[in-house]
Design a protein around this ligand. Sequence first.
Ligand SMILES: NC(=O)c1ccc[n+]([C@@H]2O[C@H](COP(=O)([O-])OP(=O)(O)OC[C@H]3O[C@@H](n4cnc5c(N)ncnc54)[C@H](O)[C@@H]3O)[C@@H](O)[C@H]2O)c1
Length: 507
Amino acid sequence: MAPSGSNKRSCPSQPTPAPPSKRQQRAPATDDGDDGDDAARGHFHDSGFWRDAPVLTGSTKFAPLADCKNILVTGGAGFIASWVVRHLTLTYPHYNIVSFDKLDYCASLNNTRCLSAQPNFTFVHGDITSPPSVQAVLRTHAIDTVLHFAAQSHVDLSFGNSYEFTTTNVYGTHVLLDCAKNCGTLKRFIHVSTDEVYGEIAEGNADCKESALLAPTNPYAASKAAAEMLVHSYWKSFKLPVVIVRSNNIYGPHQFPEKVIPKFTLALERKLPLPLHGDGLHTRRYLFASDAADAFDTILHRGTIGSTYNVGSSDEVSNLRLCTMLLQQYGHDTAAPGFRLADHVRHTVDRPFNDRRYAVDATRLRELGWRQKVGFEDGLRRTVAWYRRYGERWWGDVGKVIEGAFPVVVGGVVVSEGESESQTVGGDNVLEEKAKRTVGRESNGVEEKRSTVNGEVNGIDIKTATTIKRSTEEKKHVAKNEIGLELGTKHKASIGKKKTALSVGDQ
Ligand SMILES: NC(=O)c1ccc[n+]([C@@H]2O[C@H](COP(=O)([O-])OP(=O)(O)OC[C@H]3O[C@@H](n4cnc5c(N)ncnc54)[C@H](O)[C@@H]3O)[C@@H](O)[C@H]2O)c1
């Protein structure tokens, strides 16, 4: 492995704003003449300000694979996949990179617009839950390698909107697997999973190796574990050449600000208190996105088909510690006698269940030559600097995402909980109607409407109903429990209980 130096490259795009390239629109053959839905139209609008931003990638470079030419990256306009797309496109000009994304609320074409002029980059607007769309993109681009990132990825949303998680994460993965099996040209299918499939790991317990039992505790993690079962079955039944990757938390520039680090950063930017779930003592291990891009590059080039790889950081940080570190970035002297963290934090109700910690053992990946290069303090500093400069503009108006304790998504846009509630309680649900209209008109880019696959908009009624319930309960709960920083023991009894759930034979 030869490190290729910096992970910050100069922007290879044109110096002056130009109309968006066809490479970043719906594929010409797939445009059905509809202008598309409101949300997608927003994504295609290019204000050009991304040109000012650094082009961020990983830093690894390997000898090209002989059997790899055309790589499909699903979810390529999202956070982690866009790091991988930028990295692969710019590091390996002889690979053709096809970014396939439905442009959900959390996506941004700004994440990959810097690649518009690259001859080896194409963006295709499409949905992994649509077999015709997936078949078409695999066939049209003679795909031999799939890196499957597309997912509903936000745990908070999965408590109120879990059908959408099953549809995208399980059914969408199934569609990809089956189309990949049938296309006959596939050499590698790298499936991106998460450390959350292992469930909660008690403090003091050994880090999970890839052979550990899967015991997910929230609907997001369960959908990712279920997807893994399908991936594993396609390996066993059909010899589809799969690799599974389970990563801990990734952070860095380009992450939609529903996730804790960008959300808290932008809250501080707006001089708002930090909306902390529960007691703040939950910990997560955080890996900077360039190290994650290197991990996927390493697994692509050196991973063994049929294997599973954990991607793990050495930096474990509690949410309270994260708040302190972020406040320091904003110039607060957190060691000063008068400083009270409580003055800067707004405690919100916790998730219905919130794993205390996760812990994966990444020895197997390190044996391939991968190393974590960016420590948490350094990565956090770089991340905060990026969000201070670009965060408020990158995705458009993110106010409702930053200000709400739990964001709510209806019809591909983030709405506030109050908005969701008031527009439903009246009887005629304006947002629901908007969502139905939007999805009904949605172009999947490959001559296919989503409604023809799923029949109708999945989960809108349920999503709306559970949103109202949670919102009301949350208000009551918060009113009853003004949670203090010293709380922190109530979950301990639930940690470390014997795992009995799913087992996946590790390869
Ligand atoms: N972010 C993390 O810390 C983390 C940690 C471990 C694993 N993961 C996994 O990594 C992957 C990427 O996570 P992320 O945080 O970058 O997510 P993200 O939410 O930023 O991006 C997801 C992307 O998938 C796209 N997408 C969603 N549904 C789609 C569909 N039906 N068809 C096509 N595209 C669709 C979205 O438009 C978006 O661009 C996910 O599989 C997630 O489970 C994330």
